[in-house]
Design a protein around this ligand. Structure first.
Ligand code: ADP
Ligand code: ADP
Length: 230
């Protein structure tokens, strides 16, 4: 059964821009699917719809068998972790406070949330004693990205949405972050949608690749080997 299912999803923005058109996609539990394609082909719009930051103008989206428009928003926050380029951190909050954002929204016990945040910072390779008290501007790009991943994992969601998660760092750091994330994913087995405009990253990271074409539909949805062979 699909963990994420998009059925004939479309999005037309109020100004008339048709960003996504009749998009259907199934992602199995524990699978990492990369969405790849040129700028402006609807990848970010798709991610925002799955995270319910914006509503589709047609079609349906199911997560774990449930229509997201009929899921309690708090429950959806617990189900989905969202990672964006540059980490998307709150600039006036420390690394530790950024990492506990979602558990705080979910009204977790403060001590439990902080202990969990420290474990996660460790997991992504940041010593919590050294980095927990810093502010985002006191980190390198790669470190901000690591905090973004730790924050997204804080409430242990089964689904991770990652929008150009390694886009804002230099190639050497990107390579290291990709390797580390693959290692983490082998352990955690999240259901992941990862957006990239880089075909090499899509091939390296994806169990399957959804190749987007201009106009917001999928041209090909297959394994890296099959996509490379065409
Ligand atoms: P990608 O992530 O693949 O670069 P986007 O989903 O960001 O693509 O954008 C898809 C299309 O929708 C583009 O033509 C973009 O200009 C347009 N678009 C994105 N956001 C909006 C918006 N809020 N209002 C109008 N058009 C938008
Ligand atoms: P990277 O190779 O990971 O991109 P940078 O060259 O950006 O690293 O940063 C190197 C080190 O300097 C990192 O350990 C980072 O924590 C630290 N650093 C970067 N900017 C600041 C800052 N504004 N205040 C304190 N430390 C910083």
């Amino acid at each position: 059964p699909a963990m994420i299912r998009l059925e004939h999803v479309g999005k037309r923005y109020p100004d008339g821009t048709h960003a996504v058109d009749d998009l259907s996609l199934d992602v199995a539990a524990g699978e990492l699917v990369t969405l790849v394609g040129p700028s402006g082909c609807g990848k970010t719009t798709t991610m925002k719809m799955v995270n319910r930051l914006i509503e589709p103008t047609s079609g349906r989206i199911h997560i774990n068998g449930r229509d997201i428009t009929r899921t309690d928003p708090v429950k959806l926050r617990r189900t989905i972790g969202y990672v964006i380029q540059s980490g998307g951190l709150l600039p006036h909050r420390t690394v530790l406070d950024n990492t506990t954002t979602v558990p705080t929204l979910l009204r977790w016990d403060r001590g439990k949330a902080r202990a969990r945040a420290r474990d996660l910072l460790d997991l992504v390779g940041l010593d919590p004693d050294t980095y927990g008290k810093r502010y985002p501007h006191q980190l390198s790009g790669g470190q901000r990205q690591r905090v973004g991943v730790a924050r997204a994992l804080a409430a242990d969601p089964p689904v991770l949405l990652m929008d150009e998660p390694f886009g804002a760092v230099d190639p050497v750091v990107r390579d290291r972050l990709q390797t580390e994330f693959l290692r983490l994913q082998a352990e955690l087995r999240k259901t992941v949608l990862l957006v990239t405009h880089d075909i090499d990253e899509a091939v390296r990271m994806g169990d399957r690749i959804a190749v987007f074409a201009q106009g917001g539909h999928i041209e090909q949805y297959d394994t890296p080997l099959a996509v490379l062979g065409t």
